[in-house]
Design a protein around this ligand. Sequence first.
Ligand code: FAD
Length: 445
Amino acid sequence: KSVDWEVFVAALVGVEVIVDAAQVAKLSQDYHTFSPILQRQLAGKVGDIVVRPATEAEVLQVAAVCAKYRVPVTVRGAGTGNYGQCVPLHGGVILDMSRMQRIPWIEAGIARLEAGVKLATLDKKARVSGWEIRMAPSTYRTATIGGFIAGGSGGIGSITYGQLRDRGNLLALKVVTIEDEPRVIELRGDDVQKVNHAWGVNGIIIELEIPLAPAYPWVEIIVTFDDFMTAARFGQALGNADGMVKKLITVFASPIPSYFTALRQYIPDKTHAAFLIVAESCLELLPGLIQEYNGKLTYQKSAQDVGKGVNLGEFTWNHTTLHTRSVDPSITYLQSLFPTDKSLQTVEHMFHHFGDEVMMHLEFIRVNGTVIPAALQLVRYTTEERLNEIMRYHEANGVFIANPHTYIIEDGGRKQMDPEQLKFKQMVDPYGLMNPGKIRALMTQ
Ligand code: FAD
């Protein structure tokens, strides 16, 4: 049934509301545009209004009004997600959480913060007492912690701490339900998995507790190589060196670095490159390892210069895709995890098999105690059929694909909805108003 938006807005007295069509359209977007498939599928999907609560009481008020009028709710942080998670399929309210920015406390190794806090803001605050965030997406200057937990997977720091889904990387969550009388529920321990990475379908996250890492002085480094597999093996060797403290090991096959206009002077044409963020304490040993793999150190930014000049992290993870697409918008990407194999045979096979059509971009991460390459390969897109064929070929060869060209949760990285998450959803969202249309398991009901 249609909603009388004037009546709806009147019920939200005291809460910030945006009704301007251009602004609502802008806040109905995210970065699904990296995918030509999603671009087509999500074109023209917009919300009706944007609501911007600033306190828990306001979130409860919004939840009650949405339940009363049975209005779909699409929660958003900074809207940097890549799978259309923030794009409403059925209009309704865009619930912008970015005004919830309090950080109640930061203690030895743990922070409690509201969902709208930007990751970079938390990092800066934590550093004052010698801590920092364990891992962050390359969007950490804009992304919110609520959006990262609900929609992200890992990033800079995952080489040491694994991914967000790993036990111990999220300590507690407070969510608001969407019911006639909304409740506030706090989840701790393994119960956090009921909401972790749930794409805004399992309650409105208002507060979180996350563990922190000791803060190190970090050095940013570029090493170039004449041979791609030697670069990849160097990445694996540095990843395996447990005594060397690091936050990032990225390896790019040529010609990917040539898309990074600001860094061209450090990466000669036709060379492959490793981008590293390592603790200052590694600096004495790193040159030996680089030499062992015939690499050349071409760029180094010291810890004191952090914040000056380019930020190397902002060329890695999905920023690689962003920079490349700004030069050639026909290029898209894959998300994958290579099998555990220290000799990197599958990486080598794919590198040769696809050649320039699928350009290798490796991100080394720790998975269950072992360092393996994840990858966000760049694909010269031709057709949807060919893209699917490329993904199927990877899967047939033991590479796990988290398909970034779908807005259905199960068809992406998850494959199946966790029954515990579905049970929790029925409790916190009995009318099925949260981000409807994104869960396959609920589509036949
Ligand atoms: P949004 O995009 O606003 O939201 C993401 C999801 O979370 C949506 O489903 C939304 O409904 C839900 N959500 C948001 N807030 C809440 C809340 N309070 N309660 C309930 N649900 C909520 N991701 C990575 O994991 N690692 C990377 O390195 C990485 N690099 C990226 C690089 C680029 C250039 C881009 C464009 C994206 C990248 N991403 C990466 C994806 C994205 O930036 C991150 O996942 C980011 O953390 C999302 O934060 P956000 O605040 O923008 O969330």
